[in-house]
Design a protein around this ligand. Structure first.
Ligand code: S3P
Length: 455
């Protein structure tokens, strides 16, 4: 456990580069491994979650290399073609990553061999039933721990079936697991989602040559249809900055008086920008200039200036487009004038931690008034800096850790988090980046740079 403390800061000013998008990085490695020929990836997120996926793709027979070129770092994947992965000789360890694990289960569901998949304590507590159920219909078999948890063993289908499947929860991970399995199945597979979720898989599958059609349904949902056995061909991919990582410096800039940050090259897919819409409704000064050079994905340069915020109601139907952003939205809400109501949060209970409980407990520890229900949260804003001063339990959850460090930067008193190690799963440069912008974030009980003091 490595505790950190964030002290109230003066203005944060400058450029805040954010790392590559985590969702797109996982998909680039997996589709690269499933394609014929070479996929080159620039901007890949080099964080623990994605490195676990890179390792898994090597275990499945793809060549995955990191190349340092004069133009920067490129990752090169030599794929095996659709259905061409090898049986892994050892266990696939997906670390902390729900996306890595669920998408790999999808990929393997139409490969007729045995695989054993595990993860860390947090991932081993997360539900896998949501992918086991549809992937079993395709023909895969699973032997999972009680409650359908990891570790599990599986054998993929030797004669995969196309399915039509209506998602019981809005989940891009489940949709993507089915689509990855369906690539190696005959006929047309249809996934019906009740509310649109991030469509990175659909965009990237098309980019690699697959036929994917999307129909908007009368009830606002979507039907995604994939034609099986496409010839996937290796392609260059440029991964934009992660809007879910950018969210932390963005809210820091909004809530630390005197701040102004520019964050260039942020993925601005409309199915990921619910936080930015919500912050603007709260009165945030955020400008987003679309770049037009993002290839398959919309990309924008953001400029954010500190200013007052007011409470709003965030409707349940917006949740899929900002599902990872509620911890940091709750921090913004703690600064706002009035109440912020967040609805439709049931899925937060099965993320890297029970985020609904972790947010409520963390804010309470920092003197912020909250009311929490089974799938909703209300935060009573302080109309300025909230008290702070608490010690926050992070439950090895990167987004809880970063959100509460940001709270400490704008609070009246410093905030301590019990452990910052999980930050490396998605944003390893977060603490150095924030310090470079003027934030006082220190390791507790150490010399301030992460090294132990002798005394
Ligand atoms: C992701 C989808 C989301 C999100 C996760 C990444 C993805 O999960 O929380 O961090 O890359 O598809 P769900 O789709 O299960 O809500």
């Amino acid at each position: 456990m490595m505790p950190w403390r964030a002290r109230p800061a003066a203005g944060l000013v400058g450029e805040a580069p954010v790392p590559g998008d985590k969702s797109i990085s996982h998909r680039a490695l997996m589709l690269g491994a499933s394609a014929i020929g070479t996929t080159t990836i620039s901007g890949l997120l080099e964080a623990a979650d994605v490195l676990a996926t890179a390792r898994a793709m090597r275990q499945l027979g793809a060549s995955v290399e990191r190349l340092a070129t004069p133009a920067g770092i490129t990752w090169r994947v030599q794929g095996r073609g659709v259905g061409g992965l090898d049986e892994p000789a050892s266990v696939l360890d997906m670390g902390n990553s729900g996306t890595g694990a669920r998408l790999v289960l999808g990929l393997l569901a139409s490969h007729p061999f045995l695989a054993i998949v595990c993860g860390d304590a947090s991932l081993s507590a997360r539900p896998m039933r949501r992918v086991i159920e549809p992937l079993s219909r395709i023909g895969a078999q699973f032997w999972a721990r009680r409650g359908d948890r990891l570790p599990l063993a599986m054998t993929g289908a030797s004669d995969p079936l196309p399915i039509e499947y209506r998602l019981p929860v809005a989940s891009a991970q489940v949709k993507s697991a089915i689509l990855l399995a369906a690539v190696n199945a005959p006929g047309v597979t249809t996934v019906i989602e009740p509310e649109p979720t991030r469509d990175h898989s659909e965009r990237m599958l098309r980019h690699f040559g697959a036929k994917v059609e999307v129909e908007t349904l009368a009830d606002g949902g979507r039907a995604v249809r994939l034609e099986g056995y496409p010839e996937l061909c290796g392609r260059p991919i440029t991964v934009p900055g992660d809007p879910s990582s950018a969210a932390f410096p963005v809210v820091a800039a909004l809530t630390v008086p005197g701040s102004q940050l520019r964050i260039a090259n942020v993925g601005f897919n409309p199915l990921r920008t619910g936080l930015y819409q919500t912050l603007r409704e709260m009165g945030a000064d955020i400008t987003a200039a679309e770049r037009g050079d993002g290839g398959e994905e919309p990309v924008a340069d953001l400029v954010v200036r500190a200013g007052p915020l007011h409470g709003v109601t965030v409707p349940a139907e917006r949740a899929p487009s900002m599902i990872d952003e509620y911890p940091i939205l709750a921090v913004a809400a703690a600064h706002a004038r009035g109440r912020t109501r967040m609805l439709g949060l049931g899925e937060l209970k099965v993320k890297e931690s029970n985020r609904l409980a972790a947010i409520a407990a963390g804010l309470t520890a920092c003197g912020v008034r909250v009311d929490v229900g089974d799938d909703w949260l209300e935060v009573e804003g302080a109309a300025g800096p909230p008290p702070g001063g608490g010690i926050v339990a992070t439950h090895y959850d990167h987004r809880i850790a970063m959100a509460f460090l940001v709270l400490g930067l704008g609070a009246r008193e410093a905030v301590t988090i019990d452990d910052g190690e999980a930050i490396a799963t998605s944003f390893p440069e977060f603490i150095p980046l924030m310090r470079g912008l003027g934030a006082g974030i220190e390791a507790v009980g150490t010399d301030g740079d992460g090294g132990e003091t002798s005394g």
